[in-house]
Design a protein around this ligand. Structure first.
Ligand SMILES: N[C@@H](CCC[C@H](N)C(=O)O)C(=O)O
Length: 287
């Protein structure tokens, strides 16, 4: 079939966005992987699918596929691209929508100045729900957070890193580093992603504190590798920093591909993610 798609990005985290309301989509994991392939397909970190929702309280259903072909629960930068896409394509006449995801309902809003704010829902902080296996593991309390030791096997050597575990619908392990530019993201990212204590694998965040309202962040994403920005990773890092008593909301986050901003009032409250979304081009591919 000939698939119509739109190439978009949010702070450099790039997407193939597909209208599955007006096109019939039923792809295998291998076909999703092909679409995400930068050499043989279109190329993107994630493929985002726009569907009708079956829930009466939601305007759309939003499905997310990583470039490895696997379907995942949530994508924050993608949710900004999602609302821009449905408005630009005339799929809704509302700029503030409710969207069903595998991880619950989120609410992106397209402002008149083009910026987008998303209610990403409340973070999940119980390790077993992240999910993270704490059996026979002792955590270190810091503020309201617990830091968990993760032992990594590095070419025969063992190294332990302390991580906060947070779910924004999808799992995150966040550690503090002194300098994101020299952090071993490529080396330890895959080891954290596939650490046996995370049964569904994990997104690995590396956060540098600039001041109490400003961080720099790199994320090695599950099923993708390092991306230029990760929206849910940004939410998770700020939640971890606030719970550790190191950050105060609102927090500005510098990713390699742009700046995002997070507001969070604390436990049980939703995380608000603000940032850009850009349409790059429209395309068609035989698949
Ligand atoms: N880029 C994303 C997250 C996409 C999913 C992630 N790789 C996972 O597997 O959980 C974002 O902006 O949140």
């Amino acid at each position: 079939m000939k698939l119509k798609f739109t190439k978009m990005h949010g702070a450099g985290n790039d997407f193939v966005v597909i209208d599955a309301i007006n096109q019939k989509i039923d792809f295998t994991p291998a076909q999703w992987k092909h679409l995400g392939d930068r050499r043989f397909g279109v190329g993107a970190d994630q493929m985002l699918v726009v569907e009708k929702s079956t829930r009466p309280d939601c305007d759309f259903r939003y499905r997310i596929f990583n470039s490895d072909g696997g379907e995942v629960e949530q994508c924050g930068n993608g949710s900004r691209a999602f609302v821009k896409f449905v408005v630009e394509k005339g799929l809704t006449d509302r700029k503030s929508i409710s969207v069903e995801t595998m991880a619950g309902v989120i609410a992106p809003r397209l402002e008149d100045d083009g910026s987008i704010t998303v209610d990403m829902g409340a973070p999940i902080l119980e390790p077993e729900q992240v999910p993270f296996d704490t059996e026979n593991l002792t955590g270190v309390k810091e503020g309201r957070d617990t830091l968990w030791p993760l032992t990594l096997e590095l070419a025969g050597d063992k190294e332990t890193v302390l991580v906060s575990v947070v779910s924004m619908g999808n799992p995150h392990a966040v550690q503090i580093v002194s300098d994101v530019d020299t952090a071993p993201v490529e080396l330890t990212g895959p080891l954290i992603e596939n650490h046996p204590r995370f049964p569904r694998r994990v997104n690995a965040g590396f956060m540098q504190l600039v001041n109490r309202q400003h961080i720099r962040l790199r994320v090695f994403e599950r099923g993708v590798g390092e991306t230029l920005a990760c929206g849910t990773g940004t939410c998770a890092a700020v939640v971890a920093g606030i719970r550790r008593g190191l950050l105060d909301s609102p927090v500005k986050v510098d990713a390699r591909g742009g700046q995002l901003s997070i507001t969070w009032e604390g436990e049980g409250k939703p995380v608000w993610l603000t940032g850009p979304a850009v349409t790059v081009y429209e395309g068609e591919i035989e698949i």
